[in-house]
Design a protein around this ligand. Structure first.
Ligand SMILES: NC(=O)c1ccc[n+]([C@@H]2O[C@H](COP(=O)([O-])OP(=O)(O)OC[C@H]3O[C@@H](n4cnc5c(N)ncnc54)[C@H](OP(=O)(O)O)[C@@H]3O)[C@@H](O)[C@H]2O)c1
Length: 251
């Protein structure tokens, strides 16, 4: 047991996340989750994340997208949170340009129903070099699929449902090797169950009493996934924890 003491001030909260080597993932791409939870593990308050996220967490949330080749999110989060395309500060865009990346990463929405607003900003206002992706499966409605194809890059990854492995293989094939998943809990749980979550950046907000929705909802029968704590920071009573999937050494 070690006591965690308040250490030196971190001048740039994003710097420890930028320093992580994500170039050697266990599979085709590195998947980092970024979530905020209350002290009781709740992932939403009144169906939205808003009042759960403190000022420091909101600031980090916006900036974390800088390191992503693509931002992956479940459709219910897009519907509830009214997601738009990713927007980054000018310096963040320049950081990406220097590294040969598009100035902003595209968003990828996972959906079987394709019950999405195709006129929404998330599709219509995405820049041409970061077109929003829709990841779906063969069971999707053909008319909705045609609408999706008109405004987004459609990725087929499974028959009756989106298979996480197929989705991530397809994204890696498109050159997206660092995938930042912003939830929601259902889709994140699918990634955990498929053992595809390499990193979890978890902000702990100092409150309790939100919705009975944990940060990840794994499907029944999924085993436990173990993680190592790699970093911890705090600001204004919000705790920023960074975990990586425990890698078992061969015996
Ligand atoms: N605390 C946080 O950091 C955080 C982050 C994000 C969201 N949230 C909160 O979480 C809630 C939404 O999360 P949620 O868990 O209900 O939903 P979600 O994970 O955002 O989205 C679930 C939807 O994604 C699609 N999906 C998921 N797995 C799929 C699969 N294997 N194949 C095909 N489609 C799949 C389905 O879309 P279709 O229904 O379109 O088929 C499903 O209904 C909101 O209250 C939001 O505020 C919190």
């Amino acid at each position: 047991m070690h006591e965690l003491r308040r250490g030196a001030e971190v001048p740039d909260a994003l710097a420890p996340y930028l320093d992580v080597d994500r170039s050697r993932p266990r599979h085709e791409c590195w998947v980092a989750g970024h979530m905020v939870a209350g002290l009781d593990g709740t992932a939403a308050v009144g169906g939205r994340v808003g009042s759960l996220s403190t000022g420091p967490d909101q600031a980090l949330f916006r900036r974390m997208r800088q390191l992503a080749d693509i931002v992956l999110v479940g459709a219910e989060t897009v519907r509830r949170e009214g997601y738009g395309p990713v927007r980054l500060a000018e310096e963040a865009q320049e950081w990406r340009r220097v590294r040969g990346l598009s100035p902003t990463p595209p968003l990828a929405v996972v959906s079987r129903s394709l019950n999405l607003d195709w006129d929404a900003a998330v599709f219509r206002e995405a820049p041409a070099d970061a077109r929003t992706h829709v990841i779906t499966c063969a069971a999707a409605d053909s008319q909705r699929l045609a609408r999706a194809e008109g405004v987004a890059t459609v990725v087929m990854a499974g028959d009756e449902r989106v298979e996480p492995e197929a989705a991530l293989r397809a994204l890696a094939g498109l050159g997206r090797r660092v995938v930042l998943c912003e939830g929601g809990p259902t889709w994140l749980g699918e990634l955990v169950a498929a053992d595809r979550l390499d990193e979890l950046c978890l902000s702990l907000s100092p409150l309790m009493g939100g919705d009975p929705l944990p940060v990840a909802v794994t499907p029944p029968g999924a085993g436990l996934a173990e993680f190592d704590l790699m970093g911890a920071m705090s600001e204004e009573h919000t705790l920023f924890l960074r975990y990586e999937r425990k890698v078992r050494q061969p015996t």
